[in-house]
Design a protein. Structure first.
Ligand SMILES: [Zn+2]
Length: 366
């Protein structure tokens, strides 16, 4: 286990002050050992073993409850299975970035499989997620396609005020998503991935392929579960409820990675990769067991520094980055309910002039 350095241990003498920060990621990338950018078949295999064993264990637990009518324990089973679906999704995330294994055909095949349990069409998510990486915290926005930072980018005060006047229902839905992030995550999956017209021509065929794989895969798994248990409700207990629990984890990670009162959003003319990927990424460090089971997805800056770094190298890459001159710019915090509450309460609408988040009541009084 490689310990994550405490802030006090980091190199303090950053020679480049805020005004002299680089615009590119070349420097921070060089601070990380080159081998950490490469896939490793043994480590990937071990990650698959951990992820699938965890998921099979959660399914066995659910099966035992259903078989012996321990219905009162089912919520615990859903929670466990939703948590293991998240582990599989993290592996699928690496497959989508082609960082999990060297062979990209195997990456795509595995990615489709890992995404089945969370109900995500693999290629559609891959393309929308790549756009998030290309434009992290850039206020560039386009409702007609998916090619902008579509992961928890807040409405600006101007956008939100106009939404309240023209389509109050959409403004209300936006408020619900900020107060109840799993809803935001669920809607994100639908709005960003269920409309093939939002994808460019060269992506669309693959998006359709992922729909077919998702539908056939889920149909096959559902058939197997019903045959195994003899109950139609197995689909609800093994797939639907864990899939909803997964939306909690999905929103937990994606919201916290780039939503914080400590980070900024930038106008397209002011944005650069260093601001987007280093200054605008937050590492909300989970308790060790959760971090292990979710393959250290809570350590997020190295992933934004380069998507070539697989999840099984995130801890080491983070350690290298923190020791470098750029460590001072890395934002992190350990799991804390008070921090979560603060973000949930205050990060609602982006004030472009004040360069800060506004609460909804502040936005309404403007
Ligand atoms: Zn990613």
């Amino acid at each position: 286990m490689i310990p994550i350095l405490e802030k006090s241990e980091r190199k303090k003498d950053l020679s480049t002050g805020p005004s002299e920060r680089p615009a590119t990621l070349d420097g921070p990338r060089k601070s990380i050992r080159p081998e950490l950018f490469k896939s490793n078949a043994k480590k990937a295999f071990w990650a698959v073993v951990v992820g699938t064993t965890f998921h099979l264990f959660s399914f066995a637990f659910l099966y035992w409850m259903i078989r012996y009518d321990y219905d009162f324990l089912l919520p615990l089973g859903w929670l466990l299975a939703g948590t293991s679906v998240t582990s599989l999704f993290v592996l699928g995330h690496d497959c989508a970035h082609a960082s999990f294994l060297k062979n990209n055909k195997i990456n795509d095949a595995l990615g489709h499989f890992f995404f089945l349990f969370s109900f995500y069409p693999y290629y559609a998510w891959k393309f929308s997620h790549n756009a998030h990486h290309a434009h992290t915290n850039n206020l560039l926005f386009n409702e007609k396609d998916v090619y902008f930072d579509n992961a928890w980018i807040p409405f600006t005060l101007k956008q939100y005020s106009s939404l309240r006047k023209k389509t109050p229902l959409r403004a209300a839905i936006y408020r619900y998503t900020r107060y109840f992030p799993p809803l935001g995550s669920l809607l994100h999956n639908l709005i960003m991935h269920a409309y093939p017209g939002k994808f460019i021509d060269s992506h669309r065929k693959k998006v359709y392929l992922s729909y077919v794989v998702l539908l056939l895969g889920l149909a096959g798994i559902s058939f197997g579960l019903v045959a195994l248990t003899g109950k139609w409700t197995a689909i609800l207990h093994f797939l639907v409820m864990p899939g909803l629990v997964f939306q909690f984890w999905m929103s937990y990670y994606t919201y916290l990675h780039h939503t914080s009162d400590e980070i900024y959003f930038y106008q397209p003319s002011d944005w650069n990769p260093y601001k987007g990927q280093i200054l605008s990424t937050y590492n909300f460090l989970n308790p060790k067991l959760i971090s292990y089971l979710h393959f250290h997805i809570d350590i997020h800056t190295p992933h934004h520094l380069s998507t070539a770094i697989p999840c099984y190298h995130l801890k080491e890459a983070y350690s290298d980055l923190l020791k470098s001159d750029f460590g001072k710019d890395v934002k992190e915090g350990k799991f804390s309910l008070s921090y979560l509450y603060k973000q949930w309460k205050s990060c609602h609408v982006w004030d472009e002039e004040g360069n800060r988040y506004l609460t909804f009541s502040e936005a309404h009084s403007r």
